[in-house]
Design a protein around this ligand. Structure first.
Ligand SMILES: NC(=O)C1=CN([C@@H]2O[C@H](COP(=O)(O)OP(=O)(O)OC[C@H]3O[C@@H](n4cnc5c(N)ncnc54)[C@H](O)[C@@H]3O)[C@@H](O)[C@H]2O)C=CC1
Ligand SMILES: O=C(O)[C@@H]1CCC=N1
Length: 288
């Protein structure tokens, strides 16, 4: 997506790690800084982010007049407070952007309960390579989200990486795979650097060898439809050095460890949804 001739106004509520990564990625993709507004809790942090990227600042009681996509990027434990304020702000204005939540574990249905109907809600799970325009993001629309809303969201996320649609009940698994995934890769980098140093390499040499290897290998994986098993086989000479290392990995039950780790991440995402209490508004017929 080229932002040269298209104007989509994006507001990001919560400019922590993923919120700022999105702002950085959008600016890098050529979206005009004037189209981006940030809303944060800490005045200092928010103005730092705004200053770094040249974007605008607003607050929840004073939403920008124009906004097409309103991104919610706060922690699951913080979303209830934000949605309660957002619900009040929407009730007092005619603003009806698509609400795009990147919050792990919180269902669109839950989010919709805080907002006046029918606000379109889309849930997304991006990852931090957003910053480099190299994210992979899965999205799922809520009950009021139309094809047009999904395309609008896709146009924004497309400019900072790859986007795919999944059924919403798969988003917890997606979180375990690609949302948290960069951390697994960085852990591998950390462990390889430590192991390289234990073999006598200087830290700076170990760092360059490991980061270069991971970046080069990731670039090979990024070339369309490649098979990681075939790529691995091409490095593994019979009875050679790679085979010696891979035997150690297999004996340590690394596949099962990955299975358990991703299951734990998926289960945590499922559990996080329970952290949002029911909405404050009473159900129809209920007493105040
Ligand atoms: N960090 C990551 O790699 C990813 C995170 N996510 C999701 O993104 C969300 C944010 O995660 P992080 O950026 O890592 O957390 P973070 O803690 O770095 O950022 C959250 C930000 O929200 C702000 N905030 C809290 N309450 C607020 C309020 N009432 N109004 C405005 N701002 C408020 C905080 O001050 C903080 O700057 C989480 O729900 C997480 O599940 C999703 C994909 C990847
Ligand atoms: O660790 C977390 O809960 C968030 C969601 C995916 C990546 N970071």
């Amino acid at each position: 997506m080229s932002w040269e001739h298209v104007r989509v106004r994006v507001t990001v509520i919560g400019v922590g790690r993923i919120g700022e990564a999105l702002v950085a990625g959008l600016c890098r993709a050529g979206m005009s800084a004037e189209s981006i507004t940030v809303i944060g809790r800490s005045v200092e942090r928010t103005s730092d982010v705004a200053h770094r990227h040249g974007v605008r600042v607003a607050d929840l009681r004073n939403l920008p007049d124009e906004c097409d996509v309103l991104v919610v990027a706060v922690k699951p434990q913080q979303i209830e407070e934000v949605l309660t304020d957002l619900g009040s702000a929407f009730r007092g204005s005619s603003l009806r952007p698509v609400v795009l939540s990147v919050v792990a574990g919180v269902a669109t249905e839950r989010i919709e309960q805080f907002l006046p109907s029918p606000v379109p809600v889309v849930r997304a799970m991006p990852n931090t390579p957003l910053t480099m325009g190299a994210a992979v993001t899965a999205i799922a629309g809520g009950a009021a989200a139309t094809e047009h809303d999904l395309r609008l969201v896709e146009s924004v996320l497309d400019s900072v990486g790859e986007v795919l649609r999944v059924p919403e009940d798969q988003l917890d698994a997606v979180t375990a795979v690609s949302g948290s995934g960069p951390a697994y890769v960085f852990l591998v980098a950390e462990m390889m650097i430590d192991a390289a140093m234990s073999l006598g390499l200087e830290r700076v040499t170990a760092y360059r060898l490991v980061t270069g290897t991971l970046a080069g290998s990731s670039a090979m994986l990024g070339v369309g439809d490649v098979d990681p098993v075939a790529l691995r086989a091409a490095v593994t000479s019979p009875a050679g050095t790679t085979a010696a290392a891979l035997e150690v990995f297999e004996r340590s039950d690394i596949r099962h460890t990955f299975q358990r780790a991703l299951t734990a991440a998926r289960d945590r995402s499922l559990k996080l949804s329970g952290m949002v209490r029911p909405p404050l508004a009473p159900a129809p017929g209920e007493q105040h």
